[in-house]
Ligand binder design. Structure first.
Ligand SMILES: [Fe+2]
Length: 352
């Protein structure tokens, strides 16, 4: 590195000017380990294959300009700091050179500035390199955190499904359909991300429901169904303790609410329902009706879509109902097969 002597590449057609620059650097107390002068594009490209600490570029050479040199340096994606040392550059051109990536411009008549300009350029380049390294490290840790969050969400979802083998994969398939509907509706990516997490966890409240009720193969009694209905609030309670950047707890709480005020929990004004919750609600109904249950065979996608069409504008928002129908009929949506037993969900009559 330049502490033990600077490696200087000079783009200059006059060797006397190049020697002048090197002499000036030495006068300014900058040790020069070695330097090389080039004056054609081919030589510059060849020289850039070696390691340099700084490029001093004259502006106007017979074959190329400093702007060309800056472009070539940029093309190589090398961060070689470049100073323009020239006698022919006006203010406008100097601004263009800085914009193109030059660190500074030193007029040949004021070559005494060269040492401090080089020192500043090297310091700035070092800071920039550190900043880029920090940024890359930050990005990597954001990616790691996002992966950890994904892992935690999937683990939580799987834990909820373990209580009831008939619901294995249900949340994942609901999430798959919900995200597809949201994409069709062109919702913002951030909203879709939160919707995905909430859909993967929407039945997590089952953890608080007695296992024998969850797996009961026959019709539920009214008290049993009341217990089942608690899973929406219970899920929201569990998730409220996690600081998600999305309203995951509220989406989970509202996923059985309908826009006509039916569903549960009661008392949530329909106009305050989150679009994500309404999408999870529609996807939940479709997935549940499409799947096999211990107490009934799968009703099929056609029946599920008929239910959504029947409730369009009453139970389900028209835009969500339409997007749901379109992803099946126009986009050929299919639930992912996971080889596990299909899933369960509860409807207003106790079971769907
Ligand atoms: Fe649910």
């Amino acid at each position: 590195m330049y502490m033990s002597g600077l490696r200087v590449l000079i783009l200059e057609d006059f060797s006397s000017d190049a020697e002048l620059a090197i002499a000036q650097l030495k006068r300014d107390g900058i040790a020069v380990a070695h330097w090389r002068r080039v004056d054609t594009e081919a030589d510059l490209r060849l020289a850039l294959a070696d390691e340099w600490d700084i490029l001093l570029a004259d502006y106007h050479l017979p074959c190329l300009t400093a702007l060309d040199a800056l472009r070539i340096v940029r093309e190589r994606e090398c961060s070689l700091p470049t100073l323009v040392v020239s006698g022919t550059v006006g203010e406008e051109l100097a601004a263009a050179l800085i914009k193109a990536g030059a660190y500074d411009y030193v007029h040949k008549d004021r070559i005494g500035r060269l040492g401090s300009a080089v020192t500043h350029a090297l310091t700035a380049a070092e800071l920039r390199a550190t900043h880029l390294r920090d940024e890359a490290a930050l990005e990597a840790s954001v990616v790691r955190l996002a992966r950890a969050l994904d892992g935690a969400v999937h683990a939580l979802g799987a834990a909820a499904e373990m209580r009831d083998p008939y619901t294995a994969g249900h949340q994942r398939r609901v999430a798959q359909l919900a995200v597809t509907i949201a994409r069709r509706m062109r919702l913002p990516e951030g909203t879709i991300r939160g919707l995905h997490v909430a859909a993967l966890l929407h039945d997590i409240g089952k953890l608080r429901i007695p296992g024998d009720i969850l797996t009961k193969p026959t019709r539920l009694s009214p008290p049993e169904y009341s217990l089942i209905k608690m899973h929406a609030e219970a899920g929201a309670d569990i998730l409220r303790g996690i600081e998600f950047p999305w309203p995951v707890a509220d989406i989970v709480r509202q996923h059985h609410c309908r826009i006509d005020g039916s569903g549960y929990p009661e008392g949530i004004p329909p106009e305050t329902l989150l679009v994500e919750a309404l999408i999870v609600g529609v996807a939940d109904v479709v997935e549940a009706m499409s799947s096999h249950r211990p107490y009934r065979a799968a009703l099929g996608v056609a029946a599920a879509l008929a239910e959504i069409a029947d409730g369009r504008g009453t139970r389900y928002p028209p835009d969500i109902a339409d997007a749901c129908a379109a992803v099946f009929t126009e986009d050929g949506f299919q639930f992912e097969a996971d080889g596990k037993a299909p899933t369960g969900e509860w409807g207003t009559n106790g079971r769907k």
